[in-house]
Design a protein around this ligand. Structure first.
Ligand code: SAM
Length: 218
């Protein structure tokens, strides 16, 4: 099946370009599973892409919406310099607890702050400026998160929104679930927005067929 091919392909590339994942990441995946967290973190290849992006433009402050067990958080925080900071927002106290432990296990607790609560309440309390924002929480609120990320990310910074393709469902008018509608509201908003320039990059891999939106803050 397609998914088996995509998994094989991810494995093939990851073996060559990522190699053995560091022990803290393996620990994060295992403890998240043990803690009963859903298996919805970004893939390894996507996580590394985020890290490379942060390294490419030497991000010093990173914002993440949707922490889960801290998998993408750890990958991103590894890109930060000594005095860098990552703020990650999570609604679930359970997820945040698992994430905090994983982040500490990775030796990143001095750089990472996990804030518990609905992101719509946490975001307005944050101060600019961030170099990079990664939005990966409840998809129906994508637009609210994106507007706040625009306020917080500096000119020339980047906002990434995950899961904007959803097996092509976003472009299928028959699909009316909340997550899909949330992505559509975001795209319709960006269409007329002069403060960002954006594109969607579709992806296939171990997580199926999806894609992320890459927006440059103007
Ligand atoms: N970024 C993580 C990774 O790749 O390792 C995965 C994040 S997971 C897809 C989405 C997370 O967003 C879940 O942990 C969920 O509890 C959290 N979430 C859902 N609704 C939220 C809200 N209103 N505010 C903050 N976080 C929320």
């Amino acid at each position: 099946t397609d998914i088996e091919v995509w998994k094989r392909s991810d494995r093939y590339h990851n073996e060559r370009l990522i190699g053995t994942p560091d022990a803290s990441l393996v620990h994060a995946v295992e403890s998240s599973a043990k803690g009963g967290l859903p298996n919805i973190a970004v893939s390894e290849a996507q996580a590394k892409f985020l890290q490379l992006l942060a390294r490419t433009f030497k991000a010093k402050r990173i914002l993440e919406v949707g922490t889960l067990g801290g998998y993408s958080t750890i990958w991103l925080a590894r890109a930060l310099p000594e005095d860098g900071e990552l703020i990650t927002l999570e609604i679930s106290e359970t997820h945040a607890e698992v994430a905090r432990k994983n982040i500490a296990h990775a030796g990143l607790d001095s750089k990472v702050k996990v804030i518990v609560g609905p992101a719509v309440e946490s975001l307005p309390k944050l101060e600019p400026s961030f170099d990079l924002a990664f939005i990966d929480a409840d998809k129906q609120s994508n637009l609210e998160y994106f507007k706040e990320a625009k306020r917080l990310v500096r000119e020339g910074g980047v906002i990434i929104v995950d899961n904007v393709v959803r097996y092509g469902r976003v472009s299928d008018p028959e699909q009316k679930d909340n997550a899909t509608e949330g992505v559509r509201r975001l795209l319709d908003y960006i269409k007329d927005d002069k403060e960002v320039d954006a594109t969607t990059l579709s992806t296939v891999g171990e997580k199926g067929y999806d894609g992320f939106l890459y927006a440059l803050r103007l």
